[in-house]
Design a binder for this molecule. Structure first.
Ligand code: NAD
Ligand code: GLY
Length: 379
């Protein structure tokens, strides 16, 4: 069993990575928390596969789980859903020593974490991520939030879980498109801080790329990643994220590097009403745009920009939807929450393994890379 310790100003907690750990949910939680009522929050795609395994394991160890199955999807990350969950928690008698358990992807994790952080001024919270994205990113680091009609994650806080249990076996049922979207957040760590990790992905892409047909919609070679390589990559990601979060929990500086691709990515999601891109896909396209912008601004060499785009291309990022215009993307960019005062802030790659913060780049350059993507010149 792999254990990574995350140290923050709020607490210190373990991330366990192990195939089959779901069966041990109750036993693992009991190491840290006493038996108590547990609000097990999940969604309809996950519940049929895993909720009962998790619930039975909790029951065996003396916990009292109540399962809530949500519809799933970005619309669930709302104050309305949180309010509904507070009501269920009250009805089930959860008190300040009870636990909220998130069984699912980033949507469930962010929402359940938000509920845990606000219910009775904050109760313990356990993350059981079931998507690759949640394993390598959202379950670690304590960002919990709901959306506002004006943008994503605008209502939230930093609230660390008590522990994280990642069972790689759950990835077997994850749709391939979701897997590739999660891989974008994993490759991100290579681009921002770990050149070796990036090269390992490139190496894998080269081998598998020989079998991969490059047209849109054809299977990505990354779907052939074997379990032990994947485990190494996930562990590396958790170690990197843990290190960044321990140095800058509340995103006053360093943690911003984790937002590579997100300024463009959030704008693409917002401009398409969260209905076209998966989050990881928007981040993948966002990182391509960021590399392109960095090259245009002569902050990144053309060769490295090409390597970043080429690697991300193996994830089959979506072509732009019909009807999406540069104006729509730029308007969404301007309303991004990472805008500091009047400045629009981008994290850009400076080389592979290093980033720079770029404030208020010339809008013509930003527009030009957006247009390049919209005209399908990236993919
Ligand atoms: P998600 O939670 O919507 O899950 C993706 C889809 O996969 C859903 O349809 C879900 O039902 C399904 N699913 C989940 N696990 C499954 C499994 N094992 N088998 C079959 N189906 C499964 O999306 P996501 O990509 O995991 O997370 C995206 C969300 O995470 C966004 O809201 C984003 O803002 C947030 N996020 C948060 C952080 C953070 O630090 N808190 C970081 C990155 C992203
Ligand atoms: N996913 C970005 C962060 O956790 O800061």
């Amino acid at each position: 069993m792999i254990k990574v310790e995350i140290k923050t100003t709020q607490n210190r907690y373990p991330v366990y990575l192990q195939k089959g750990i779901l069966e041990l949910t109750g036993r693992m939680i009991k190491r840290y928390l006493s038996p108590c009522p547990v609000l097990l929050i999940t969604d309809k795609n996950v519940s049929g596969h895993y909720a009962e395994i998790c619930r039975q394991s909790l029951l065996r160890e003396g916990f009292k789980p109540s399962t809530v199955v949500l519809e799933g999807g970005e619309k669930d990350k709302s104050l309305q859903s949180a309010f509904k969950l507070y009501g269920i928690a009250l009805k089930e008698g959860l008190d300040r020593k009870s636990v909220v358990l998130a069984l699912g992807g980033g949507v469930i994790g962010d929402l359940a974490g938000f509920v845990a952080s606000t219910y009775m001024r904050g109760i313990p919270f356990v993350q059981v991520p079931t998507t690759l994205l949640a394993m390598v990113d959202s379950s670690v680091g304590g960002k919990v939030a709901v959306n506002h009609p004006r943008g994503k994650n605008l209502i939230g806080l930093f609230y660390q879980p008590s522990l994280v249990l990642a069972d790689m076996d759950t990835l077997k049922t994850l749709p391939p498109r979701e897997f590739l979207a999660g891989l974008a957040e994993l490759i991100k760590y290579g681009i921002i801080v770990d050149k070796t990790l990036f090269q390992q992905f490139e190496h894998f892409a080269q081998i598998s790329g020989k079998q991969q047909q490059r047209e849109q919609g054809k299977e990505s070679g990354f779907l052939q990643l074997d379990n032990s390589t994947l485990l190494k990559f996930i562990t590396k990601a958790v170690l990197i994220k843990g290190k960044v979060v321990s140095m800058d929990e509340k995103e006053n500086g360093l943690r911003r590097i984790l937002n590579l691709g997100h300024t463009f990515g959030h704008a693409l999601e917002l401009a398409t009403a969260y209905e076209y891109y998966l989050h990881g896909e928007a981040v993948a396209v966002g990182m391509m745009l960021a590399a392109n912008l960095a090259a245009k601004l002569q902050m990144l060499g053309e060769k490295d920009a090409g390597r970043i785009s080429a690697l991300l291309f193996h994830l089959n990022p979506p072509a732009p939807p019909a009807g999406l215009t540069a104006k729509m993307v730029l308007n969404a960019l301007i309303s991004d929450k990472k805008k500091e005062g009047e400045e629009l802030v981008f994290i850009l790659p400076a080389t592979i393994g290093k980033t720079v913060v770029c404030k208020s780049p010339p809008m013509e350059q930003v527009e030009s890379v957006v247009k390049k993507y919209l005209n399908n010149h990236f993919l």
